[in-house]
Design a protein around this ligand. Structure first.
Ligand code: GDD
Ligand code: MG
Length: 314
């Protein structure tokens, strides 16, 4: 089976990290996120990944010039303009000539989801589409998906107002789809799978869902991107420091991510924060409270930044 992986979004919530690097090319413990995602698909027998690209596509094509990533061949589908999630799926599937049952993934999710089991469930019910669900504490950030006892999807409510969600089971961003779903997507214009296609399928009763309690995290905010890194470590109080980053004597790095080429000055403190590639944290300075330093950003000697994004983003 082939998988369309959506990686064309602007990663707005992760700025400034995503000003020059697409979200799925940011490192998660030493490897770009996309390699974790594709490696997981390879372990479930997926044979080819169609990358649905839009924002900064060269970051991917330059990183995998021979068109292979984590053991799988890549097909690059570059959108001429952002088509939103369903438009992107339609464009990529057509570009790659997909005519059979296929998998779709949001490329910014780190998960141990049983993709093999999801495909098997899809075959059993004969659904037109089957989506994986995961429980979360605050469903208002996600697509909320009530089902009946047989797993038939009753509705799809994307990002409901806080308190309005009928269930805490949300769209985990992995779908098995029949090619007939492509016929529901008008080519060449913005169409949302969450706001247009899935609600229509739910109303017709052709959409099913399978709940899972596997590890799952959407890496799309500074908090969850940091958490996704720390979750991969054995050491609960640890940090992820790139091999070629430098940490001067007396400095402490706690619960943080420090990317390639960054430097942390003497006696500085970096806590619960993200230091982007090539950023410089001066001597005796403090970077705390989920601060996010973009590529090459500078914190002066002795300066304290708390919950700040640098450069500032709007
Ligand atoms: N090619 C392309 N074109 N990709 C896009 C576009 C586009 O126009 N817009 C978004 N994407 C990609 C993003 O890069 C990301 O990998 C994926 O589609 C989902 O977009 P996000 O912006 O991360 O969406 P979200 O996290 O707010 O919500 C989505 O994911 C949740 C689970 O993580 C929705 O699918 C929710 O329903 C879901 O619960
Ligand atoms: Mg997301």
């Amino acid at each position: 089976m082939r998988a369309v992986v959506l990686v064309g979004g602007h990663g707005t919530r992760l700025r400034p990290l995503t000003l020059d690097t697409p979200k799925q090319m940011l490192p998660i413990v030493g490897r770009p996120m996309i390699e974790h995602v594709v490696g997981h698909l390879a372990s479930h027998g997926i044979t080819e990944v169609v990358l649905s690209l839009g924002f900064l596509p060269d970051a991917f094509t330059d990183a995998y010039p021979d068109g292979r990533c984590a053991g799988l061949p890549l097909h690059y589908a570059v959108e001429p303009e952002p088509l939103d999630t369903a438009g992107a799926i339609g464009f990529a599937a057509t570009h790659a000539g997909i005519h059979d049952t296929f998998l779709v993934l949001n490329g910014d999710v780190m998960t141990d989801l049983d993709v093999t089991g999801l495909i098997a469930a899809h075959r059993r019910t004969g659904a037109e589409g089957t989506i994986a669900l995961t429980p979360v504490e605050d469903p208002s950030r996600y697509g909320v998906v009530p089902t009946d006892d047989d797993g038939r999807v009753l509705g799809f409510i994307e990002k409901p107002a806080p308190g309005d969600a009928p269930t805490n089971r949300i769209n985990a961003g992995t779908y098995v789809l029949e090619p007939s779903v492509l016929g529901r997507i008008d080519p060449g214009r913005r169409v949302s799978v969450e706001r247009d296609v899935f609600p229509a399928m739910a109303a017709e009763g052709t959409l099913y869902a399978v709940a899972s309690d596997a590890y799952w995290i959407d890496t799309g905010t500074p908090e969850t991107y940091l958490q996704a890194n720390l979750d991969l470590l054995d050491d609960p109080g640890g940090s992820v420091v790139a091999e070629d980053a430098s940490v001067a004597p007396g400095a402490s790095v706690v619960g943080s991510v420090v990317m390639a080429g960054a430097s942390i000055g003497e006696n500085a403190l970096v806590e619960d924060s993200i230091v982007g590639s090539g950023a410089r944290v001066g001597a005796s300075s403090q970077v705390v409270g989920l601060s996010v330093l973009g590529a090459g950003a500078v914190v002066a000697d002795g300066e304290r930044v708390d919950g700040v994004r640098r450069p500032e983003v709007t």
